[in-house]
Design a protein around this ligand. Structure first.
Ligand SMILES: NC(=O)c1ccc[n+]([C@@H]2O[C@H](COP(=O)([O-])OP(=O)(O)OC[C@H]3O[C@@H](n4cnc5c(N)ncnc54)[C@H](OP(=O)(O)O)[C@@H]3O)[C@@H](O)[C@H]2O)c1
Length: 226
């Protein structure tokens, strides 16, 4: 099976590093035209910046992948509006603003594919992930509702829930001991690679996927089965 995105334009957030960089490389390799603005071109924390970016750039993508994300740790006694505002803005609201702009042309074309890079913390959670887990759960509701609204236009939307990928985000938030403990609890005995996530994204965005929509699919080596 060979996936070919020739003629397809993809708009990707979070393409500068980690999982997003792998998605960028794979879709480029599969002949997609990838638009992945760096933070200095498009800062997802700023609604004004998103508005002006959209005003100055006519994107009209066939595929939208929202991979950018932040994970600021706090428990329920530490959480504050600043952390919540930032987390929801980057992880969730920015995607809504972009989609609000992109959907019209997808509807006109009668084809579209949308992916949210969510997390297993939309399925289970972990202490001190109040903001992160809430935002990723919000994406699930958003994807389900949009799946219903957009299915008649051949626009499919799904979320991918990575388990543990060794990126800067993971290294920042987990100690070596926590990383080792987690590894011992992954049924397959290994962490996920960024390629694991990118290849599922490519499948879901391809014409091989005609019927999967509104789903949250874990790529976690069986971690959430326990
Ligand atoms: N790693 C894991 O184990 C794991 C597990 C589950 C889910 N995820 C999800 O996977 C996605 C990618 O995570 P990762 O591990 O690859 O993280 P990462 O290495 O920390 O990369 C985060 C990405 O988000 C971008 N970003 C953050 N804030 C931004 C802003 N204000 N404006 C524009 N871009 C911004 C970063 O851009 P800059 O380079 O400019 O900072 C970077 O490209 C996230 O949504 C994360 O929640 C990761």
């Amino acid at each position: 099976m060979k996936i070919d995105f020739n003629g397809k334009k993809i708009f990707l957030t979070g393409g500068s590093r980690g999982i997003g960089k792998k998605i960028k490389d794979l879709f480029t390799e599969l002949n997609a035209k990838v638009i992945a603005p760096e933070r200095n071109e498009l800062d997802l924390l700023s609604r004004e910046n998103i508005d002006s970016y959209l005003k100055n750039n006519s994107i009209l993508p066939d595929i939208f992948i929202h991979c950018a994300g932040i994970n600021e740790l706090s428990d329920i006694t530490e959480i504050n509006e600043n952390i919540l505002d930032k987390s929801f803005q980057v992880n969730c609201f920015s995607a809504i603003s972009l989609l609000n702009n992109f959907i019209i042309s997808m509807k006109e074309k009668g084809w579209g594919r949308i992916i949210f890079i969510s997390s297993i913390y939309a399925i289970v959670s972990r202490e001190r992930r109040i903001a992160y887990s809430s935002t990723k759960n919000a994406l699930t509701g958003l994807a389900k509702t949009m799946a219903l609204e957009l299915a008649p236009y051949n626009i499919l939307i799904n979320s991918i829930a990575p388990g543990y990928v060794m990126t800067e985000m993971t290294k920042k938030n987990l100690s070596i001991k926590e990383i080792n403990d987690i590894k011992n609890n992954i049924p397959t005995g290994k962490f996920q690679s960024a390629e694991d996530i990118a290849s599922l994204a490519a499948f879901l965005c391809s014409d091989y996927n005609q019927s999967i929509t509104g789903q949250l699919i874990a790529v976690d080596g069986g971690f959430t089965c326990r």
